[in-house]
Design a protein around this ligand. Structure first.
Ligand code: MN
Length: 276
């Protein structure tokens, strides 16, 4: 499966609390991700086409189709697996939101949201996946001021945004002009902060993801599937996963062997600033 990872980027590591953006498909392929752990993040699974089945160590078992949100809050620790189901092309995004220091050790949780708010207005149809956009608020639980919205451009449109947020736009289906700049399909255009609107121009029916939030005031240490702050806590999370600790639990009903953690590098891992 072809996956385009646009965040973290060498120079820009977060956009608001968004710290990871993978965009995959559309491809006639299967997705198969056996049980693996996470800490310190929320995983936002969002499909543009296809269907995926999620299982986790809380006992959740949930299918999600295009337009439905699976939101997994890892907090102190969770394990999960994801497999595509059914026929036809798979097209989607796997996004992570970093949990702030205050909440990152909270208990894990999982929620499915099939009925998200839709904003239809002057040239667009927007689904508010998380946070708030154009005065519509997603019911999904998040822990810092942010937004994730799928916007379908129906004609040239100017969308309202928050000056205090920084933003990026992912061109999902086709090339898009974002705030006057050409953005090729699959690219993530970083917009910075200080704007109150963003112009979008594309062929009618083209979808983008608008991701934004208050700039994160914390330096993250991301390694494998863990979002932490210090080398020692990453080492501990890895050891606890390898040891089959209760911290991550067991993904009941998943017949596949769990993913082993890769070896740690020989250097001391350090948190990285949001941008340089
Ligand atoms: Mn995962």
């Amino acid at each position: 499966m072809s996956v385009r990872r646009t965040l973290p980027h060498k120079r820009i590591r977060t956009v608001g609390a968004w710290c990871f953006v993978d965009h995959f498909g559309p491809d006639d392929v299967t997705m198969s991700v056996p049980p693996h752990p996470h800490t310190g993040l929320q995983a936002v699974s969002w499909l543009f086409a296809g269907e995926v089945e999620h299982r986790d160590s809380l006992g959740s078992w949930q299918r999600a189709r295009a337009g439905e949100l699976n939101l997994m809050t890892a907090g102190h620790g969770i394990a999960h697996s994801e497999y595509s189901v059914g026929e036809g092309p798979l097209h989607g995004a796997q996004l992570w939101v970093a949990l702030t220091d205050e909440v990152r050790d909270r208990a894990p949780a999982f929620a499915h949201h099939a009925d998200l708010p839709v904003v239809e207005d002057g040239g667009m149809r927007a689904v508010v996946i998380v946070g708030e956009f154009a005065e519509a608020v997603s019911p999904a639980a998040v822990y810092s001021p942010l937004v994730g919205a799928q916007i379908e451009v129906t004609e040239d449109v100017v969308v309202p945004v928050e000056p205090d947020f920084e933003y990026a736009v992912l061109a999902v289906d086709a090339d898009v002009t974002v705030a006057g700049e050409p953005v090729p399909r699959g690219a993530l255009q970083y917009l910075g902060w200080g704007r109150d609107h963003v112009g979008l121009r594309a062929e009618s029916g083209t979808r983008v993801l608008l991701l934004g939030g208050e700039p994160l005031a914390e330096d993250l240490l991301m390694w494998w599937n863990f979002v932490g702050r210090t080398h020692d806590e990453i080492v501990r999370a890895r050891e606890e996963w390898e040891a089959g600790s209760d911290r991550f639990g067991v993904v009941a009903g998943d017949p596949n062997p769990r993913l082993p953690a890769p070896g740690l590098p020989t250097v001391v891992l350090k948190p990285r600033p949001s941008r340089r």
